[in-house]
Design a protein around this ligand. Structure first.
Ligand code: HEM
Length: 479
């Protein structure tokens, strides 16, 4: 046989094998929900990942839901998948973690997060790490400087804008890239809470730099060749690990220097290896940084579209401040009084859909109502589809904070911005307090408007393409 013919036969055989492995799950599971598998290997992944405004479903989900219903099969991330846009099924999936379903993030993410990350570990290991996370959250909340630290950092970031050069048009207004400022704030808060470091310390800037490389790699093509964002992310993780290890060693050798941060509690536990401790710190930084800064940007974005809601928020914060001294710190009582602000935050979470879906897989064949979810298939509960379902939230496309009036503050089946079940986000309360305190100092100190149009886009990770430029003007001269 000629070499050319041999190559052709190998190619045809490979294509046949690919097609069989792609379509075999379809043949073997006739009772799986309706849907389509698309192309061999990539399936429908590219269409699923096509960017769209984060307060919309996107054309893929819209088409598929209207064609096949709210639960359908597809082929995503190289795996046969059941996509759920149904609140009951989403709830059932989250509540049955480790019994019928299991957290299952794509392999390349494991390479970056490391094998001890909470998003990667399963079973007893996950329970152990999670219990510690909850204990840490509780002990941090009891720390007397907990709220004061958050407020101090908000004041530091917001106060610095007074020194930003103004527009060259004779007015006192200036334009700032809001997403960047929100990131600075959220990063400083989480680094303070976890490692006890202030924004001014040089090591904080070093961690931030490595962390940005780490974040870029999480959303990059997973190719480990020197110079690619993925390889840079894996290296950045190693550098952060060594920095954190040095901080841990310094704290150990300083003896019982009690700073009252996560690290003190972490060091006093014998339940985790040093590698798990470093991973734990990374998880907290990762979980608490981009998501929280996005939440604050979403709040500013949506309030920027609604003068009426902004006015109500401003009145609320004016009233809280008028009962306190100018320099007096916010307390948990003040936070409770920020009722409208909390409605705004909930609505920004519902409309903004910071986490569009989470990754799970079926551990066994699962029969749910009329569907059969085959064992081993990927399962994606899509939160945004529930948040934007008009039969669950009237005028679902509209930003209407008052819909949350009198509603309980927690999550429910139809509102799951922080996930649910045994993997419910442990940082939800911290994120909301950060957003409320930042907003307090923003509205008290500045008038603002969004400079041009910058819609939050789901890639599916959410991003403001222009970094949300806002024009700000100080309300009163610096005292
Ligand atoms: C607006 C802000 C935030 C949003 C929207 C958010 C969202 C989420 C979601 C949806 C999950 C569930 C993931 C899954 O089930 O696979 C999660 C888990 C997690 N989040 Fe958050 N989060 C936020 C803030 C934070 C903060 C401030 C922290 C840290 C202090 C944090 C730390 C974590 C950790 C460690 C997990 C893993 C929990 C586990 O697997 O048991 N998050 N988050």
């Amino acid at each position: 046989m000629m070499v050319g013919e041999l190559a052709l036969s190998i190619l045809l055989a490979s294509l046949l094998a690919l097609a069989v492995s792609h379509f075999l799950p379809l043949l073997l599971n006739p009772k799986a929900p309706k849907g389509s598998f698309g192309w061999p290997l990539i399936g429908e992944t590219l269409r699923f990942l096509r960017p769209h405004a984060s307060n919309t479903l996107g054309s893929f989900l819209e088409d598929h839901c209207s064609r096949y219903g709210r639960v359908f099969k597809s082929h995503l991330f190289c795996t046969p998948t059941v996509v759920s846009c149904d609140q009951e099924l989403n709830h059932f999936i989250l509540q049955n973690e480790e019994r019928l379903f299991q957290c299952s993030y794509p392999r390349p993410i494991h390479g970056i997060l490391g094998k001890s990350s909470m998003l990667v570990v399963l079973g007893e290991d996950h329970k152990r790490l999670r219990n510690l996370a909850l204990a840490l959250v509780t002990s941090t909340k009891l720390k007397p400087s907990y709220l004061g630290d958050i407020e101090k950092i908000a004041l530091h970031v917001v106060g610095a804008w007074r020194h930003v050069a103004g527009k060259d048009d004779g007015k006192s207004s200036k334009v700032i890239a809001f997403c960047e400022e929100a990131r600075k704030f959220a990063f400083s808060v989480i680094v303070k809470q976890v490692l006890g470091l202030s924004p001014e310390e040089p090591v904080t800037a070093r961690i931030l730099e490595d962390f940005l490389a780490f974040m870029k790699g999480l959303i990059s093509f997973p190719l480990y060749i020197p110079g690619t964002p993925y390889a840079k992310a894996v290296q950045a993780r190693e550098r952060i690990s060594s920095t954190v290890n040095v901080i841990i060693e310094e704290r150990r050798s300083a003896g019982s220097c009690n700073k009252g941060d996560f690290l003190d509690v972490l060091l006093s536990t014998n339940e985790l290896s040093d590698e798990e401790k470093v991973s734990f710190v990374l998880d907290s930084l990762l979980g608490g940084y981009e998501t929280t800064s996005l939440l604050i940007s979403m709040v500013v974005y949506f309030l920027g579209q609604s003068a009426e809601d902004l006015d109500l928020v401003k009145r609320e914060h004016d009233s809280i401040r008028s009962n306190k001294g100018k320099e007096e710190c916010l307390t948990s009582e003040d936070y409770k009084k920020m009722e409208y602000t909390q409605q705004v935050i909930n609505e920004a979470l519902r409309c903004g859909n910071i986490v569009k879906f989470v990754h799970r897989k079926a551990l066994k064949d699962v029969r749910y109502k009329e569907y059969l979810i085959p064992s081993g298939w990927k399962v994606l509960p899509v939160f945004s589809a529930v948040h934007l379902n008009p039969s669950l939230h009237g005028n679902a496309q509209q930003f209407q904070p008052c819909r949350w009036e009198g509603a309980s503050q927690g999550t429910s089946k139809k509102f799951t911005p922080f996930g649910g079940g045994p993997r419910l986000c442990p940082g939800s309360e911290l994120a909301k307090i950060e957003a409320a305190f930042f907003l307090h100092h923003l509205v008290l100190n500045y008038r603002w408007r969004i400079d041009g149009d910058d819609i939050p886009m789901a890639y599916p990770y959410v991003e403001f393409q222009r970094g949300l430029p806002i024009e700000i003007e100080p309300i009163s001269p610096e005292s």
